[in-house]
Design a protein around this ligand. Structure first.
Ligand code: PLP
Length: 386
């Protein structure tokens, strides 16, 4: 099987598995316990936090471990909005992950916040002038993704951060897809808070982190024993935190010049992505690339195959040994066209024909060539059926 769905989930790196194993077995103590086993767990957690903080370019106290990207995003958005309400206005984009869209909608429904959606262009880039016009003195938070999970478009977060800060507001960035490909330190993104998910970077599902400036008052979502400096109660998942720190350490180790928070295998993967895009454009009549050609994650190649159905293309690909996705794990299987593609101006009919291939540093040229051939074959079979 050729797995080209790494944006949905990637395997755990063997080094991360090995590093976490002791904390699931012999070193199983609760980090809050006052005995040797507890101390050992507590030291492991502190060490993992310190390594993650270095990677993020923040202080250890500014890293909160969470149960994943979704929880980090919920904590950032609800926690910042409710923690220090400058006002009751939030700005986001229409192409965010559901974790963001549902969190801001919760604040609207339950807490009476007003939500503004800054438009994006046909490639998925935020309209900076429109953003500047939307941010107001009562905007408590602006939340955007560093890179989109369906089409791979990268935002100009530094420019967004400058606009947000000039208006005196706070920026949260969902860096779940960007991590491993771009420098996702809060400094590089111009952000006050950045969310990360473990299972996109070689750690297990069910661990993530929020890097948030300690000057921000964050209202916790989970109340209890006051772990994570009160930002997230609950016995810490020591083993998974160790795995996450190990996995992000491997990202920045992969090239000598890799920046903190960055990755370095990007250039090689970007070449494979371009080969995939070129292969599909030359062999599949009518194929349309979605998202930005210039500002695109190295890992994502996304297409429309007008006249087919995306679900049927995916089935055809799987029959030919290639696993990919329509783009959004949550939208998969639903009959609704992707809101992201609609926001980019794609028609509802064409949006139903979307297919996303997502690569990892372990992807190979042979796999990409096989995916191109399988796509050409699967799409030809479907269009001949019509
Ligand atoms: N944000 C983006 C951009 C994502 O792609 C995802 C997962 O696909 C998430 C957030 C949610 O992360 P998690 O699966 O760790 O909850």
């Amino acid at each position: 099987m050729i797995y080209l769905d790494h944006a949905a989930s990637s395997p755990v790196r063997p080094e991360a598995l090995q590093a976490m194993w002791p904390y699931l077995t012999g070193e199983f103590g609760n980090p809050s316990s006052h005995h040797a086993l507890g101390d050992s767990a507590s030291r492991a957690l502190a060490d993992a936090r310190a390594r993650l903080a270095t990677w993020f370019g923040v202080r250890p106290a500014e890293v909160t471990f969470t149960s994943g990207g979704t929880e980090a995003i919920n904590l950032a958005i609800k926690g910042i909005a409710l923690g220090a309400p400058r006002g009751r206005h939030i700005v986001t984009t229409p192409i965010e992950h559901e974790a963001t869209l549902e969190s801001v909608d919760f604040l609207r429904r339950v807490h009476g916040f007003e939500v503004s959606y800054v438009p994006v262009d046909a490639t998925g880039r935020v309209d900076l002038a429109a953003l500047a016009a939307l941010v107001r003195p009562d905007t408590s938070l602006v939340t955007v993704m560093a890179a989109n999970n369906e089409v791979g478009t990268i935002q100009n977060c530094a420019a967004i951060g400058a606009i947000v800060h000039a208006a005196g507001s706070v920026l949260h960035v969902d860096a779940v897809q960007a991590a491993g490909w771009l420098d996702v330190t809060p400094d590089a993104l111009g952000a006050d808070a950045v969310s990360l998910s473990g299972h996109k970077v070689g750690a297990p599902k069910g661990i993530g982190a929020l890097a948030a400036r300690s000057r921000l008052r964050i209202e916790p979502l989970l109340h209890g024993g006051g772990q994570e400096r009160g930002r997230r109660s609950g016995t810490e998942n020591v083993a998974f935190a160790v795995a996450l720190a190990t996995a992000v350490g491997l990202l920045s180790e992969s090239a000598a010049d890799a920046p903190a928070g960055g990755a370095s295998e990007s250039a090689g993967v970007a070449l494979l992505r371009d080969h995939l895009i070129e292969g599909i454009e030359t062999t599949v009549p009518g194929a349309v690339v979605t998202g930005s050609r210039e500002h695109r994650l190295p890992s994502i190649a996304s297409f429309l195959f007008p006249g087919t159905s995306g679900e049927a293309v995916l089935l055809g690909l799987e029959e030919r040994g290639v696993v990919s996705s329509s783009g959004s794990a949550c939208a998969a299987g639903s009959d609704e066209p992707s809101p992201v593609l609609l926001a980019l101006g794609v028609s509802p009919q064409d949006a139903q024909t979307a297919v996303r291939f997502s690569l990892s540093p372990s992807s190979t040229l042979d796999e990409v060539n096989a995916a191109v051939a399988a796509t050409a074959d699967a799409v030809a079979a479907l269009t001949q059926l019509r």
